[in-house]
Design a protein around this ligand. Structure first.
Ligand code: XMP
Length: 514
């Protein structure tokens, strides 16, 4: 636990996908928050002088063998406590209530009715809130020592509070952006119930990161791709280690159009960072040849990156450190958080580097989410064109080409994606979307061109809205705009005969098609 946790909030990690997101939401209230082990003893929290503790959600059932349990003295409420989902069920069970399996999984949005505003719902004017649920178990009976604050059709005890202690529980996820007034509920707990100290800021994060990074000894190699994360990492390191920083741009053959020029312009010219360009596209594409499995593709790209870094380092080194712009969602979705979260995808920059890499990996952004990184980028003075850029996955177009990667499919995905971005820019919709791109697979459909039958690619366009990429919704853009995109793609991208628009949210889909 860090010293900053004094007056802040400890989040006990029971392995839920959203555990770290709770920390991020608490930070956005200006309060320091850290993810700690679920088994942390009460004394440690008291010694760290935390203002409160939150028990995260998690995949276990409170009755199952080996279910993770916190220090039982936490339920005494000496430190104010909020339980979320699994954490809520732990609180109910510890108080003598009954938790059971629901007749059906409650997943997605649920209407929650506020019955009592004490503590958590103060100042929230609406009586009903649309809340994000994701559970199979829920409380079936609560003891007299707990009061019901809110209920839903499937969860009669959707929110509870102790009558005598600062202990609260919610069945839904206030940290998820889809929960209406979720941030207000968290704020009521963190600032209201706990009286936490508002001492965290992005400016403070920048100062402490620069101070920490400047203690690195030796030279630092930073891989840049033109994306927001690696650009912010490079700018932060530039401030911290100055001339000991060398950036390398590796052309994988899997990038968006025009990335090298973009990097030359703002990193090389504007920030004066030393950047070298390496064309490794041949190596990446031949390693990917014939491979269709998405996880295999990610691992191959990760390995090829590591080889390219090593080759560069042995030629231009020595470098003691390799810096990467890994963000928290990359860590959590690769299943590498402290808790028992399951792996969803291997994000190349966390899953692909071999253990025997000759450099120490430095990931200064690994606690942050994308919107926080953008905020940091603005503080560091990066241009709007850079900080506002849509995220692009590390494995690049390899995961936007479904099935085996071929030059033809790469060209289609690259050209069609550029059209999607251009049309959205022209319509003033680019900044509203989280990500917008086109992807292509092996579907070949029959079309007609002039009087001739012609078999060609089917391209899928995806425009999604999100706050942090943990959940996402498809964007309800105007049908005329979709039509413009579609017409331009079929007219301008050789070999495409039809275009579809994707209308699934995350979950159940993920943002990238692979
Ligand atoms: P998914 O597809 O998992 O993506 O919903 C969530 C966010 O992460 C990006 N993404 C990646 N970023 N390496 C990265 O650096 C990766 O391997 C990777 N895979 C997905 C994705 O673009 C979205 O913003």
């Amino acid at each position: 636990m860090k010293a900053e946790l004094s007056g802040g909030i400890a989040v006990l990690d029971f392995g839920g996908q959203y555990a770290h997101l709770i920390c991020r939401r608490v930070r956005s209230l200006g309060v320091y928050s850290e993810l700690v082990s679920y088994s942390v003893p009460l004394e440690e929290l008291e010694e760290a002088r935390v203002a409160g503790a939150i028990l995260s959600g998690g995949p276990a059932s409170v009755y199952s063998k080996g279910a993770p349990k916190p220090d039982p003295r936490l339920f005494e409420g000496r430190v104010p406590l909020l339980g979320i989902c699994y954490g809520h069920q732990l609180i109910v069970k510890a108080a003598g209530g009954v938790v059971g399996r629901s007749s059906r999984r409650e997943y997605g949005r649920s209407q929650v009715k506020i019955l009592d505003r004490r503590g958590l719902f103060q100042g929230i004017a609406k009586d009903g809130l649309s809340c994000w649920m994701s559970h199979t178990d829920s409380p079936k009976a609560i003891p007299r020592s707990l009061k019901v604050l809110a209920s839903s059709d499937n969860s009669p005890y959707a929110a509870v509070a102790s009558s005598t202690k600062p202990v609260y529980g919610v069945q839904f996820h206030p940290e998820v952006s889809h929960t209406e007034s979720g941030q207000a509920i968290l704020s009521n707990f963190v600032l209201g119930v706990c009286g936490a100290k508002r001492s965290w800021s992005m400016e403070g994060f920048r100062r402490s990161s620069v101070a920490e990074l400047s203690r690195l000894e030796g030279r630092v190699l930073c891989a840049v791709s033109g994306g927001v994360d690696s650009s912010v990492t490079a700018a932060l390191l530039n401030e911290a280690v100055g001339r000991r920083l060398k950036c390398v741009f590796i052309d994988t053959g899997l990038l968006r159009a025009g990335e090298a020029d973009h990097v030359k312009e703002f990193l090389g010219r504007d920030l004066g960072v030393s950047v070298e360009f390496v064309d490794a596209s041949g190596r990446f594409l031949s390693a990917l040849k014939g491979v269709a499995d998405p996880e295999a593709k990610r691992k191959i790209v990760g390995r090829a990156f590591a080889d390219a870094f090593e080759a560069f380092a042995s030629e231009k080194g020595p470098f003691e450190h390799l810096a990467q712009g890994t963000l928290y969602p990359d860590v959590i979705e690769s299943g590498r958080s402290k808790g028992p979260a399951s792996a969803i995808k291997t994000h190349h920059n966390v899953g692909g580097l071999p253990d025997d890499l000759s450099m120490d990996v430095v990931e200064p952004l690994r606690e942050l989410y994308k919107d926080e990184v953008r905020q940091l980028g603005r503080i560091l003075g990066l241009p709007k064109k850079v900080v506002g850029r849509h995220p692009f996955p590390g494995p690049g177009l390899a995961v936007r080409v479904v099935g085996a990667v071929t030059e033809d499919k790469l060209r289609v995905a690259r050209e069609a994606s550029m059209i999607v971005e251009e049309v959205l820019e022209e319509e003033g919709l680019y900044d509203k979307a989280w990500q917008a791109f086109a992807y292509v697979g092996d579907d070949m459909v029959t079309g007609v061109l002039g009087d001739e039958r012609r078999v060609g690619h089917q391209v899928t366009v995806k425009v999604v809205e999100s706050v942090d990429a943990m959940t996402a919704d498809w964007s309800r853009i105007d049908l005329d705009v979709i039509e413009r995109i579609s017409t331009r793609i079929t007219n301008e991208v050789d070999g495409v005969v039809c275009v579809s628009y994707l209308v699934s949210s995350k979950p159940p889909a993920t943002i990238e098609p692979q």
